[in-house]
Design a protein around this ligand. Structure first.
Ligand SMILES: Nc1ncnc2c1ncn2[C@@H]1O[C@H](COP(=O)(O)OP(=O)(O)OP(=O)(O)O)[C@@H](O)[C@H]1O
Ligand SMILES: [Mg+2]
Length: 452
């Protein structure tokens, strides 16, 4: 969508020149030659930006500004003024203009000012969305569903580190639940009533990431029309979640490291630091060790972030979670889509169990949502699952189940043998097997060894 711009100037030549210039820049442009017309236009139509002259007969630029803000506070307003009356531009900024530009100006100047103004509005909107997200997250922790031993071991570790301030690095393939675990950590920590700020380092352009994280002072660069708090200071006393940390540009990594070492942030254009106390969670699906070897990730930062490392297994590595997750998602989506879907039949379930799930839990969630929507009612059946899940099901069915049985038998026999050899002493057995006691108990329970 092309941004819509309204130009307001009583000098027709300026309007025409600007119109010509901005249309070439992929803007949709309209111009009017006085304040009255501008206000009429603003009542009928919404614009992303208004570029208005300040000094005009009868209705002047200040009134246009006021009207534009009243109609839609999201509209960026840039005022144009002659060099002799810059004070009036300052006055306009106080009344909410996004930026000003002094006549005569260069083409590049107006293009840049406009682009920055629109960018600033966009960030402002996103911050608003962010704030809404934060308040939603305060309402309660989301469920994390699992029966897998590896995941339960991870929870044992988490239980110990959640109450501390330790930074935690969460690794795992896409869709394994890294974001969810980050929320879980914050939501159970003593910081739960403070902000949880999440930022995706790969989604924000390199140039903006720095000002987003650190914030800036008014006038630090063109378009910095007011002071802005960065996300790190915003997360003060709370948790900052740096998602896709592997994609953070190297020069910014150095600056982040300094912040973590000193506990101080310098907003752009400021000489006074802000003191910050944040717990940092970071996540990536990139091979971070490899990135360090390639010189794309700083080793010193890695050690700072990686006080505790959590490696989430792929869904393929914890097939025992497929069924319980599927049921969890059926409940969730049945409610969301108001469908009377209550479960899954045996055939459809074994298709889920056989599939390789390259997109992990997110893919499973998508498959179930689709199936719930397509189902009439009752149980999910094979025919509402995507074709890729139905393919050669029977073949892999036989293989998978026999392999699983084989491995289960093997594990059970091994446990029994070691248990007997250590005089049925559980502590010694767990030490001999190199697993902790909690895991041993779970496995005993799974195989009914206690009763044996
Ligand atoms: N154990 C779980 N129980 C319930 N829901 C889960 C579980 N794991 C993941 N999910 C859900 O699956 C989806 C994907 O998880 P999430 O976004 O946390 O993955 P991710 O590892 O951050 O992925 P990416 O690397 O693509 O960002 C989310 O909707 C999440 O709520
Ligand atoms: Mg994620």
């Amino acid at each position: 969508m092309r941004p819509k711009v309204l130009i307001v100037d009583d000098e027709k030549d300026i309007c025409k020149a600007l119109e010509f210039l901005l249309k070439r820049e992929e803007y949709e442009v309209a111009s009017v030659y006085n304040g009255e017309e501008a206000i009429e236009r603003l009542k009928k139509e919404s614009f992303d930006a208004v570029v208005t002259d300040l000094k005009m007969a009868k209705v002047d630029g200040m009134q246009v500004l006021e009207k534009a803000r009243e109609m839609d506070p999201d509209t960026a307003v840039i005022v144009m003024t002659a060099f002799a009356s810059v004070e009036s531009a300052v006055e306009a900024m106080k009344k909410g203009a996004t930026d000003y530009i002094v006549k005569p100006f260069l083409n590049e100047e107006i293009k840049l000012t406009l682009r920055k103004a629109l960018e600033q509005k966009r960030i402002l909107r996103e911050n608003l969305a962010l704030k809404q997200q934060i308040s939603q997250k305060r309402t309660g922790c989301k469920d994390v569903v699992t029966v897998s031993d590896v995941m339960l071991d991870i929870f044992d570790t988490l239980e110990k580190v959640i109450p501390t301030k330790s930074n935690i690095l969460i690794l795992g393939e896409s869709g394994t639940g890294k974001g969810l675990i980050a929320e879980l950590i914050h939501c159970n920590s003593p910081r739960r009533d403070k902000p949880f700020i999440s930022i995706n380092c790969s989604a924000i352009p390199e140039g903006l990431l720095e000002s987003e994280l650190f914030g800036y002072r008014k006038g630090a660069f063109t378009g910095a029309a007011a002071d802005k708090l960065g996300l790190i200071p915003l997360a003060h006393q709370g948790t900052l979640f740096l998602d896709e940390i592997g994609d953070m540009p190297v020069n910014l990594q150095a600056k982040l490291l300094k912040v973590l070492e000193s506990g101080e942030v310098y907003p752009l254009g400021d000489t006074k630091p802000k003191i910050v106390d944040v717990r940092i969670l970071s996540a990536t699906n990139a091979d971070i060790e490899n990135r360090i070897r390639e010189g794309k990730f700083r080793e010193d930062l890695y050690w700072r972030l990686n006080v505790i490392e959590i490696r989430l297994p792929s869904l393929k590595e914890r097939r025992e979670d497929i069924e319980i997750l599927a049921k969890h998602f059926i409940g969730k989506f049945a409610m969301e889509h108001r469908k009377n879907v209550v479960g899954i039949d045996g055939q459809a379930l074994s298709a889920l169990l056989d599939y390789s799930w390259p997109g992990n839990v997110r893919e499973l969630s998508n498959v179930i949502e689709r199936a719930v929507v397509l189902s009439e009612e009752g149980r999910i059946t094979l025919d509402v699952l995507p074709a890729k899940l139905r393919k050669s099901r029977q073949e892999s069915d036989r293989e998978a189940s026999s392999l699983k049985n084989y491995l289960n038998d093997y594990e059970k026999n091994l446990l029994l043998k070691i248990y007997q050899a250590h005089g049925r002493n559980k502590e010694e057995t767990s030490r001999a097997l190199g697993i902790d006691l909690a895991t041993l108990y779970r496995k005993f329970k799974k195989y009914g060894i206690e009763d044996a």
